[in-house]
Design a protein around this ligand. Structure first.
Ligand code: 5GP
Length: 119
């Protein structure tokens, strides 16, 4: 059984966060340390530590992460100009929180290749 992170407490609303979307499969909330005018984390309610732990049973939930990203991008008004979706995996991917999450970043242009969220 994987160890819970701070994200499980956010999902259960045991600690405060700026939740912008929640349904039966995923929760989305604003990053505490935003690296762009819009920086939202889209997180499965179920604890999956990394992309390496995703199974075929998770395909509905992973698809939901993308459809929620599209919906939130429209709500944030960044869909037309564009945005970046990032999923980091393990140490070389720069993952800090071991509860899989998708970063939705927008509101400013990014270069063609990102090596750091701070680029
Ligand atoms: P990673 O590097 O794992 O892909 O990204 C983890 C992200 O979670 C970072 O961008 C970090 O700012 C964000 N984060 C870490 N702790 C918290 C928290 O307690 N609340 C919120 N809203 N974001 C957090």
């Amino acid at each position: 059984m994987a160890e819970e992170t701070i994200f499980s407490k956010i999902i259960r609303k045991e600690i405060p966060s700026d939740i912008v979307y929640q349904d039966d499969l995923v929760t989305a909330f604003r990053d505490i340390s935003p690296r762009a005018p819009s920086h939202i984390l889209i997180v499965p309610n179920k604890l999956i530590p990394t992309v390496n732990d995703v199974t075929e049973d998770d395909e509905l939930m992973m698809g939901r992460m993308f459809s929620v990203a599209r919906r939130l991008a429209r709500e944030e008004g960044i869909d037309k100009d564009g945005y970046r979706l990032i999923v980091n995996c393990n140490a070389h991917g720069g993952q800090e929180v071991y509860h899989i999450h998708m970063h939705l970043l927008g509101g400013k242009p990014f270069g063609p290749l990102v090596v750091s969220l701070d680029d």
